[in-house]
Design a protein around this ligand. Structure first.
Ligand code: MN
Length: 202
């Protein structure tokens, strides 16, 4: 009945083995094919017959954030949004250096690209339990934040630029308990600085 307006799992922006050896096709098959798909499927179930069905995810996230009776919808909409953003935050060829305009902004906010990566690694590895590390634009400044569970900087009045998923399902098959190795491998080899630049409009 509501099929036309149902939420759809967005296509991965690359093949499932494109991030190897940093992230295996096996991890992608579960993380994208089961976890990300699960959030979309749940969201379709939870929003069937409600005013939220088919709305842009950002609208659902803003409309349900902090509302105890809407927690399940918020969690699944936010996780759907966060995961699509995460896939785009990664790049098969690991664009090692940010494009020039972004590099200047990073140097204005963190002094060096290495310092920015260090802050991202720290945010990712110190987040207790499940969550996300983010590079965001706050006014004119770039900042690093982390969020727990499904929480997203969209509700904090800042613009997300990049994210790293630090739920165990993101790395456990490839790195087991070594979250720090997963995070550093992404930052060194697979982070998509071009996506961050696009999000700023550079
Ligand atoms: Mn995940």
């Amino acid at each position: 009945m509501e099929s036309a307006a149902q939420f759809i799992l967005p296509a991965l922006p690359y093949a499932d083995n494109a991030l190897e050896p940093v992230i295996s096709a096996n991890t992608i098959s579960f993380h994208y094919g089961k976890h990300h798909k699960g959030y979309i499927d749940n969201l379709n179930k939870l929003t069937a017959g409600t005013e939220f069905l088919g709305l842009p995810l950002e609208k659902i996230i803003m409309g349900t954030s902090g509302k105890a009776e809407k927690t399940a919808i918020f969690n699944n909409a936010a996780q759907a949004w966060n995961h699509a953003f995460y896939w785009n935050s990664l790049a098969p060829k690991g664009k090692g250096e940010p494009p020039t305009a972004l590099k200047k902004m990073i140097e204005n906010s963190f002094k060096t690209v290495d310092e920015c990566k260090k802050e991202l690694a720290s945010a990712a590895t110190t987040r207790f339990g499940s969550g996300w590390a983010w590079l965001v634009l706050d006014g004119e400044k770039l900042k690093v934040v982390n969020t727990s569970n499904a929480e997203t900087p969209l509700t904090m009045g800042v613009k997300p630029l990049l994210t790293i998923d630090v739920w165990e399902h993101a790395y456990y098959l490839d790195y087991q308990n070594r979250r720090v190795d997963y995070v550093n491998a992404i930052l060194d080899k697979r982070i998509n600085w071009n996506f961050a630049a696009e999000n700023i409009g550079l």
